[in-house]
Structure formats: structure tokens, C-alpha cells
Write a protein that binds this ligand. Structure first.
Ligand SMILES: N[C@@H](CCC(=O)N[C@@H](CS)C(=O)NCC(=O)O)C(=O)O
Length: 234
């Protein structure tokens, strides 16, 4: 049985880490049996690449949601993406990169840097820790994330610039989805695991960020999230 190591559910979602939620959604979409060991700090410390999620399968550890999905496809088959032609695959990859390599960092900014977001993040991610970890870890983690934001580059922009970048990504996603049921067509593919995880992490967390407000202007995004949830988390 595949063991999925990830954070515990938070902020009203199966996972407040979009990468963890992406992988769990993929496993559900591909109907692969998996179990989630009770989340502990130790699991993060033992993560092969220092990040969640990772899996253990047949004695092998695999890290990074995309590499894990590649591994799962190679090991158990690819029930989701077989119908895509080369052009659709290229578009799916570009959208995945938009979500995971760009929009992600704008969302991180709203959660870890903006005061209202930080309040929610601190309570949602660290609220259950006992002292002294509860006092030390949140500000250490926040400092680490701010450093990562700076290293990636998003953190060097002004708030207004970051919001403009995020809004632009969201509008592109909404325009591309348009009235389709799933991102590439009427059938889901593995890109939808990523899209659903990232959009639900924007629309369904109790943080009234500017990005959430912008995403809420597109009813097709909300409808899409409901479609994915009832199909795979019903
Ligand atoms: N490229 C990785 C990204 C994973 C990632 O950034 N995970 C974050 C949570 S969203 C994490 O584990 N952060 C903990 C840390 O950096 O200490 C993937 O696709 O799995």
C-alpha cells in the first residue's frame, strides 16, 4: 500500500499545502489505494527533499509531487493522461508551471507575509503545537519562507506588483477553463489534480485575500472546484 506523507488537514481543506492536496487528489483520481500515516514533525524532518509531500511505496521513498506522479504512472499505469495529444500535453505543462511555479508564490505571500494571512497561517499550521515549539517554530518558519520568497524572486516585488502577478494568473486560468468541465476538455487529466488543489487553496480558505477576491469574480472557477470535489472527495 502506498504511504502518503503529508501535513494534516488544515484551514478547512484536505490539505492547506497545495502540493500535498494535488498528490492526494491525483491518487484519488487514479483510484490508487493509499494510506496517510498520522502527520508528525518527524515526517517533515525525514522528508527526502525536506518538503512535503513524499511517498513510500514497496520500500522506496519518492519525493516531489510531480516526480511522485511520474513514478506512479510508470509503476501503476497512466489512467488519466492517455487521451492527451502532444499539444494538449504542452498546454497542461505550461498551466501546471503557472500554478506551481508562479501563482503559488503569490499565494504564499498572502498567507505568510500579509498580517491577516499570517494570523490565519500561524493558527492553522502551528496552533496545535505545544510549548516551547509553539512559541519558536512559527516565527522561524516565517523567516524561512520570507527568505525563500526573496530567493525565488517574488518577494522582491512590491505588494501591488505581487497582487497584479497573481490576478493575471488567475484571469488566465479562468479564461482558459471558460465553460469546459475540466482544464483540458470534458475529461479530467492529471493537470486537474494540480488545478483543483491550487484553486481550492485560494477560494476555500477563510482568508479574504485580494487574490481570493479576484478568483471569486469567475464563477467557473468555483463551479470547477465543486465539480472536482464531488467527483473525487464525494
Ligand atoms: N516541488 C515540490 C514542492 C513541495 C513544497 O513546496 N512543499 C511545501 C508545502 S506547500 C513544504 O513542504 N514546505 C515545508 C518546508 O519548506 O519546510 C512538490 O511538488 O512536491
Amino acid at each position: 500500500m502506498i504511504k502518503l506523507f503529508q501535513f494534516e488537514p488544515a484551514l478547512g481543506l484536505p490539505n492547506a499545502s497545495p502540493f500535498c492536496m494535488k498528490l492526494e487528489t491525483y491518487l484519488r483520481m487514479a483510484a490508487l489505494p493509499f494510506e496517510i500515516p498520522c502527520a508528525t514533525l518527524r515526517h517533515l524532518q525525514q522528508a527526502p527533499k525536506g518538503k512535503m509531500p513524499y511517498i513510500e511505496d514497496q520500500g522506496k521513498f519518492v519525493a516531489d509531487s510531480t516526480f511522485i506522479i511520474d513514478y506512479l504512472k510508470a509503476t501503476y499505469g497512466d489512467p488519466l493522461d492517455g487521451w492527451l495529444d502532444a499539444r494538449q500535453r504542452a498546454v497542461a505543462l505550461a498551466l501546471q508551471r503557472l500554478l506551481e511555479e508562479n501563482l503559488y508564490w503569490a499565494v504564499i505571500y498572502t498567507r505568510w507575509v500579509e498580517p491577516q494571512g499570517w494570523e490565519l497561517t500561524r493558527a492553522g499550521f502551528f496552533g496545535k503545537l505545544s510549548p516551547p515549539l509553539k512559541w519558536v517554530l512559527p516565527s522561524l518558519a516565517r523567516r524561512g519562507i520570507i527568505k525563500e520568497l526573496h530567493g525565488q524572486g517574488m518577494g522582491r516585488h512590491s505588494r501591488e506588483e505581487i497582487m497584479a502577478i497573481g490576478r493575471r494568473d488567475i484571469s488566465a486560468l479562468a479564461d482558459f477553463l471558460s465553460d469546459k468541465s475540466y482544464f483540458i476538455g470534458e475529461q479530467p487529466c492529471s493537470l486537474d489534480a494540480s488545478a483543483y488543489a491550487f484553486l481550492a487553496n485560494l477560494l476555500w480558505v477563510p482568508l479574504e485575500s485580494e487574490l481570493k477576491l479576484h478568483a471569486s469574480k469567475y464563477p467557473q472557477l468555483e463551479a470547477y472546484c465543486h465539480r472536482m470535489r464531488s467527483r473525487y472527495y464525494g
